[in-house]
Design a protein around this ligand. Sequence first.
Ligand SMILES: Cc1cc2nc3c(=O)[nH]c(=O)nc-3n(C[C@H](O)[C@H](O)[C@H](O)COP(=O)(O)O)c2cc1C
Length: 126
Amino acid sequence: MSETVLNDNAFLVSETNEKGIITFVNDEFCKVAGYSREELIGQAHNLVRHKEMPKAAFEDLWKTVKEGNVWQGYVKNSTKSGGFYWVYATVYPYLNENKQICYMSCRRKFEKSKLPEIEDLYRAMR
Ligand SMILES: Cc1cc2nc3c(=O)[nH]c(=O)nc-3n(C[C@H](O)[C@H](O)[C@H](O)COP(=O)(O)O)c2cc1C
């Protein structure tokens, strides 16, 4: 499976509603994930989940943002064509203009030297 390595300045953004349904994606997220905007909006965010990601990581993500806090962590996502890419994600809750709770994730490239440690940790968590 082929890896997509993010550009140094890449910033991949998506937003969901309270149930994790995608409501916004920026162009860079679409490009790296390999989906059109139309294919992503309205889908559950686990559409891009990689099978090697431990369940506990996302349980922690959801618990953290539902408590009103910011979650940061390393995420391996799959692409439409069956490849993958790693990101360092910051996920936070906010209220939209209708005062509904929404969540936003901003994803960046991270230092490659950290990867073995993260892969070991996630393998142990699976
Ligand atoms: C704003 C936001 C962004 C998310 N981004 C991702 C993501 O990029 N990849 C991913 O696998 N899950 C992401 N999730 C978590 C998913 O909603 C979901 O919990 C996860 O994919 C695990 O799927 P499951 O809950 O069906 O087991 C995100 C959640 C939120 C709130």
